[in-house]
Design a binder for this molecule. Structure first.
Ligand code: HEC
Ligand code: HEC
Ligand code: HEC
Length: 430
């Protein structure tokens, strides 16, 4: 009873916050006037916008697989239901062809549609709010040239009460504050450029961050990069500031740029949703921008120490790992090598590979089930891929081989069991 009263009180507080926020519609920030793009020739401005659209990976959500570019219709699954991406082609009736640069800015910076409707943060405006007015105007100029496709927007498929505008108003009052990126004076030009790209257009925190029960990203103004499970998709985006996960503090700068731009490096390769980010977005960025991102990521303060794992040396636990070792010899050794050394950069090493030993074991489980597809990039045009084993190995066998990888060649992480595997077997790749 007490619980129900508390829940009701919580819901009521949200409603009140929402109504108040809707009444106080003063927050529309027109933003600073553009300084650079206003002086650019139209063709240059459009080219700049096209580049920024890559950096923001606008295509990823606004295009369905095999669908027309930017015509929307992709269902983005959230724990609250699906949000369907809109048409952002230059079509006047169904796209954003009739939008002014101010309308466009209001969407990116303030998360509001042309008609004043509050937008769902499945559209990462909580990151894009960092974008300068100059960059917003260049993007707007580019989207006005994207061939018009007539495709009416579909309604979202969200559960009550998440389909209500007052919920969004409340959410925004709690978790969203529009703010353009402000350079830090004590930092280098490269660091600031990297921070601008990572926090803003790159929206890295949209995945690399824990979300609370209302889907808000943790950390000050939503730019924490301390790792998080991507809801519904079932992948773990590792912490970018923990050395036990994907912190890059001790990486050589050229290995970071190789990883981001080509998808492969001597120390790791990207897979799953990160392969898509490299394929659709990062590979197209200028070397100077990739370098700047590397400078910023490398300088993130290292957090957290991984506790040493004490292995159970009992007969049953040992037999489980021995079974895993046999499976490795049979199915994996040809590509990943006898000592887990791999053949980098094509076949990644498994010895000392942090992707295997994180507390969250979902990624190695999923790559063994679903296979892995490194992105095809200019720097790595013929990527090697990893075959799926979901039809070859049962849940126990996958658990055995993954547990073995987490225990062999100096790796030391807790084993996984067949329930862990079963949970991820049914999830499709995206
Ligand atoms: C992670 C997915 C995702 C990415 C990346 C993304 N969008 Fe969106 N966008 C959405 C969704 C979902 C909506 C609809 C939100 C709603 O209706 O509440 C949306 C809405 C919009 C709108 C408002 C359209 C309207 O009719 O109200 C604009 C404009 C827009 N996006 C532009 C962009 C641009 C420009 C980029 C790249 C810089 C981008 N989006 C990247 C998911 C995304
Ligand atoms: C759509 C979700 C998503 C977005 C957006 C995203 N990442 Fe990732 N990232 C992941 C996942 C999942 C992994 C784990 C798979 C892997 O290691 O490749 C990952 C892994 C990584 C790794 C570790 C790679 C390795 O194997 O050591 C780095 C570094 C990284 N991301 C950087 C970034 C940066 C920088 C951005 C922003 C430009 C970004 N990510 C945006 C999902 C995402
Ligand atoms: C035909 C060659 C091949 C075989 C066989 C193979 N792999 Fe892989 N594996 C790869 C390639 C290539 C990648 C990188 C894929 C990517 O980046 O998406 C990879 C990646 C991985 C990763 C992620 C590590 C990282 O940093 O990308 C794990 C874990 C893994 N393999 C485990 C296994 C296990 C366990 C088996 C046996 C059951 C196996 N592999 C069999 C080629 C292979």
């Amino acid at each position: 009873m007490k619980k129900i009263t508390l829940a009701l009180a919580g819901a009521l507080a949200l409603v009140v916050a929402g109504v108040l926020a809707m009444l106080a519609r003063t927050g529309d920030d027109p933003g600073p006037p553009p300084t650079i793009t206003a002086k650019l020739a139209p063709a240059e401005k459009i080219a700049r916008g096209a580049y920024l659209a890559r950096a923001g990976d606008c295509m990823a959500c606004h295009t369905t697989r095999g669908g027309q570019q930017y015509a929307g219709g992709r269902a983005l699954k959230t724990p609250f239901g699906s949000v369907i991406s809109p048409n952002i082609t230059s079509d006047k009736a169904t796209g954003i062809g009739g939008w002014s640069a101010d309308d466009f800015w209001l969407a990116l910076h303030n998360g509001k549609s042309k008609d004043g409707r509050l937008l769902y943060p499945a559209f990462p405006y909580t990151n894009y709010t960092r974008i300068t007015r100059d960059d917003s105007d260049a993007l707007h100029a580019y989207f006005q040239t994207v061939p018009a496709v007539s495709r009416a927007n579909q309604p979202h498929e969200l559960r009550f009460p998440y389909d209500q505008q007052f919920m969004l108003a409340a959410w925004r009052a709690l978790y969203f504050k529009p703010a353009v990126f402000r350079p830090e004076t004590g930092q280098s030009v490269d660091w600031n450029r990297g921070a601008y790209l990572v926090q803003g257009l790159g929206h890295c925190s949209a995945c690399h961050s824990q979300r609370n029960t209302l889907g808000a990203v943790s950390g000050k103004s939503g730019d924490s990069l301390s790792g998080g499970l991507i809801p519904v998709l079932g992948w773990y985006a590792p912490s970018l500031n923990a050395d036990a996960e994907a912190g890059l503090g001790d990486w050589r700068p050229e290995h970071i740029t190789a990883l981001l731009k080509t998808g492969v490096s001597p120390r790791a390769t990207v897979f799953g949703p990160m392969a898509e980010v490299v394929r659709e977005s990062l590979q197209y960025l200028d070397d100077s921008d990739i370098n700047a991102m590397g400078v910023y990521l490398r300088a993130l303060p290292a957090q957290g120490v991984k506790p040493e794992f004490e292995r159970d040396g009992g007969a049953q636990a040992t037999a489980f790992l021995t079974a895993g070792a046999k499976l490795y010899e049979k199915h994996c050794v040809d590509c990943h090598g006898a000592g887990g050394a791999g053949m980098p950069p094509g076949y990644p090493p498994l010895a000392g590979n942090r992707a295997l030993t994180m507390e969250q074991a979902v990624n190695p489980i999923r790559i063994v089930l679903n296979g892995g597809f490194a992105p095809g990039t200019a720097g790595n045009p013929r990527p090697y891929s990893m075959p799926p084993f979901s039809h070859v190995l049962n849940d126990t066998e996958v658990a055995q081989v993954v547990s073995y990888l987490r225990s062999a060649w100096g790796n030391n992480a807790p084993p996984v069991d067949s329930n862990d595997v079963n949970r991820y077997r049914a999830i499709p790749l995206d």
